[in-house]
Design a protein around this ligand. Sequence first.
Ligand code: PRP
Ligand code: URA
Length: 212
Amino acid sequence: MEQYKNVFIFDHPLIKHKISILRDKNTGMKEFRELIEEITTIMTYESMRDVELVPVEVETPLEATTQYRVAEDSIAIVPILRAGLGMVNGVHKVFPTAKVGHIGMYRDEKTLEPHEYYCKLPEGIENKTVFLIDPMLATGGSACDALNALKKRGCKKIKLMSIIAAPEGIKTVADAHPDVPVYVSTLDRGLNEHGYILPGLGDAGDRLYGTK
Ligand code: PRP
Ligand code: URA
């Protein structure tokens, strides 16, 4: 993956620890949801490193000082439904004022083609830094379509954050959207014949919401 300058794969021991529990088929829904949130929070710190700051004047109990804050209303989160929803609280923990848009996508189980069924984005999203979030980057089809939808709405600064990625998904997104930084917690081996990531964690949406 070294050839992709805009792809960042975290190699953090705490993330590794949490992902090992996340993958375990015996991990229940509640713990799964909590882990997705916790991992997202750690990823958010890392992926916000280059976020724009503006100077503000602050009075401490002792004196006036110039300090720096994230520009007001400059960040939006866009989860890809459903599984991306599980990451929203993880971002909100560190950045509670981020507005949230939603893009609904499902993969056709046979063709693996993504289908958009919902899109509602905050006003003025085109001027914000947008964090597109989805725990799984498998073929990359859903992420690519969501990125196209955001770009069609005028978004210029987008970051994609996924917890587990397959090499196929990274390649598809990085080739189609070289301008979009991709943050990934762990890079897995590949995909099976049904488009599931190996070793992966199974169906993220089902494990988050208990639908299977
Ligand atoms: C999963 C996942 C991604 C997509 C990844 O969603 O949350 O959105 O698959 O696969 P891709 O990279 O091959 O497109 P799914 O379609 O299962 O919908 P769900 O979140 O509603 O369960
Ligand atoms: N979507 C999932 O939820 N899991 C996978 O492994 C691939 C796509």
